[in-house]
Design a binder for this molecule. Structure first.
Ligand SMILES: C[S@@+](CC[C@H](N)C(=O)[O-])C[C@H]1O[C@@H](n2cnc3c(N)ncnc32)[C@H](O)[C@@H]1O
Length: 578
């Protein structure tokens, strides 16, 4: 290992690779060697070799969180490809580990299992069966083909109660019940199934197990003070986990500040949506490479303009620039906290964060998750952006002072006047401070907007889960090439709150780059960086010239020529004038 590190530090990757392979073959239990080998394989342009090696390593060392985290990182960065050679047992082991971001691994597991085809039967005891169970328990299934197999299996399980089909596998049913909890019951339900489920008797454990595959937890879990009679053993762990989560969320409520109502009618409707369907549910955030995000801030904003340079911060903060100086960060519209936890990890160590939202249900979930991540640098508060000017100071110290950095991703376009909301947030940012903004692109979302209008015209009730399930089922049944069917490729299609956010949002006002550019000009904001995937950045540089990356008009022209440039949302950094 030492020799390999030496070779790496001398830039001799080929030699390091050979040494690391030897080290890994000689000590197959050494996770540090496996992770380093994966890093070098990746740097050499062999992501699949890294993925296959790590999965094989995990099959031998199923408790290696280090290897699982690396596997998750790599899977998150590759375009889904053919995973058929990836070790099933290794993937299952990674999915079973705590403190690992499950979604990228789940995506690979879903693709791998979907490749089996619909004819494949579930055969308990196999590696494939164990992978399916691990996937169902870890993250929402995002493969329509696999979902339809599972929906058919669930129906057969229901029929088995009346002897119409063979007895199902109990472990698989229990894992499916957990999946229903994770996806909030998004799978389609036929009318005949609904009627049959209404007739089930919760006193009978076998029937209660089937109820958990169709109904919200309140309908099948014993009351907190109940005796648990009729609860099948297979559901005991799930029932306890749901209880624990609810308990932790209820406890977190006390720290969210006084309860408030949204400040205007649009806010009322939007808050009601996120109150019923907090968005998104998420599994775990792995810490990014230490210092990488801070170094990125220095690159885009320049070390000299960091916290120590800002007038309001100058007295209170030591030198150190964006890379090292203390940061006071506001997360506006933090939802269920994934962004806030990511930010707390990325800006650590000397950053303090305050994350706020007007949906209390979202905040309870956020605070529960932050506590599970053992983060004490981020606080959560219930607040409406529109109310901030009227409350002085709007937050307790140190957030009574303007922030060094504000993040506001996916929020302002849900306000009646996004620019009015944006201006209020700028008042909470110190001169020279940075803002990371995410706003829907009207161009990128043109098809979605048309679909949303059609659904609204058809009178679909967005608060009715049955209506959402029915619309989703119709979309999934369309031919593969259709625009609507392509939505099923979107990550936001596999939990109820995702679909509601995507298709039935109470209010959204996508924007154009021209309008955003005009706002930046009015406010004197400096455009610092467009956050975009590398292949788009390359295409932009080829079309507009590399020096145009900071020119919003060039981005607008590029988007006109390539209307699918942005993944639904513009994500960018700006700086307030100093
Ligand atoms: C799509 S979610 C985005 C959550 C989070 N920023 C993320 O990227 O995961 C939008 C969030 O904005 C919140 N929101 C919308 N308008 C708001 C306002 N005026 N004040 C506070 N929160 C607001 C909603 O309650 C919701 O949680």
């Amino acid at each position: 290992m030492a020799q390999a590190r030496q070779a790496l530090s001398e830039g001799n990757r080929g030699y390091a690779l050979m040494l690391l392979r030897e080290a890994h073959d000689g000590a197959p239990k050494d996770s540090a060697a496996a992770v380093l080998l994966a890093r070098v394989l990746l740097a050499q342009g062999h992501p699949m070799a890294a993925i296959e090696m790590l999965a094989a390593h995990l099959a031998l060392n199923p408790r290696s969180a280090e290897a699982a985290r690396k596997l998750s990182d790599i899977l998150a960065s590759v375009t889904p490809v053919n995973f058929s050679r990836v070790n099933n047992a290794g993937l299952a082991a990674a999915l079973r580990l705590d403190r690992v971001t499950a979604d990228p691994i789940a995506r690979a597991a879903g693709l791998l299992l979907a490749e089996r085809g619909e004819a494949a039967a579930f055969s308990s005891g196999t590696d494939e069966a164990a992978l399916l169970i691990a996937l169902l328990e870890a993250a929402p299934v995002r493969e329509p083909a696999l979902e339809s197999w599972l929906v058919a299996y669930r129906r057969a399980a229901l029929d088995s109660l009346s002897g119409l089909s063979a007895a199902p596998d109990e472990a698989l049913l229990a894992a499916m019940a957990r999946q229903i909890w994770l996806n909030e019951g998004v799978w389609p339900v036929a009318e005949a199934e609904r009627k049959a489920v209404d007739r089930l008797d919760p006193a009978d454990p076998a029937q209660r197990l089937i109820m958990a595959l169709y109904l919200p937890a309140d309908r099948w879990r014993p009351a907190e003070d109940g005796d648990g009679g009729g609860l099948p053993k297979a559901l005991a762990g799930l029932a306890a986990d749901i209880g624990r989560e609810r308990h932790e969320m209820a406890r977190a409520d006390a720290d969210l500040g006084p309860a408030i109502r949204a400040a205007d009618e649009t806010g009322d409707a939007v808050a009601a949506q996120y109150e019923a369907n907090p968005y998104p549910r998420w599994s775990w955030v792995q810490p990014p490479l230490a210092g990488a995000v801070r170094a990125f801030l220095d690159r885009i904003a320049g070390p000299s303009a960091g916290p120590s340079a800002g007038p309001s911060a100058a007295s209170a903060q030591p030198a150190g620039g964006w890379a090292r100086g203390p940061l006071r960060v506001l997360i506006a519209g933090c939802g269920t906290g994934q962004e806030a936890v990511q930010a707390a990890l990325a800006y650590a160590p000397n950053a303090r964060l305050l994350a706020f939202d007007f949906s209390r249900a979202s905040l309870r979930y956020a605070a529960m998750k932050a506590r599970r991540h053992r983060l004490d640098t981020v606080r959560f508060r219930q607040a409406d952006i529109l109310d901030l000017p009227a409350i002085e100071p709007p937050f307790e110290p140190p957030f009574d002072e303007p922030a060094d950095l504000i993040e506001c991703i996916g929020v302002l376009h849900h306000m009646a006047d996004p620019f009015a909301g944006w201006r209020i947030l700028l008042d909470r940012l110190r001169p020279g401070g940075l803002m990371y903004v995410g706003l829907y692109s009207a161009t990128a979302r043109r098809g979605l907007t048309a679909l949303r209008d059609r659904l609204a015209g058809a009178g679909v009730d967005p608060a009715d889960p049955d209506a959402i399930r029915a619309v989703r089922a119709r979309i999934l049944a369309r031919p593969e090439i259709d625009f609507e069917r392509a939505l099923a490729d979107s990550a936001d299609f596999f939990t109820l709150s995702e679909v509601r956010d995507l298709l039935f949002n109470a209010h959204e006002r996508p924007l154009s780059l021209e309008a955003i550019g005009a706002f930046l000009k009015d406010e004197g904001l400096e455009f610092l960086h467009m956050d975009i995937r590398p292949h788009i950045a390359e295409a932009f540089a080829a079309a507009q010239g590399g020096s145009a990356v900071l020119d919003l008009e060039a981005w607008a022209a590029f988007e006109r020529d390539n209307p699918d440039t942005f993944d639904g949302m513009y994500l960018f950094w700006v700086r307030k004038p100093g």
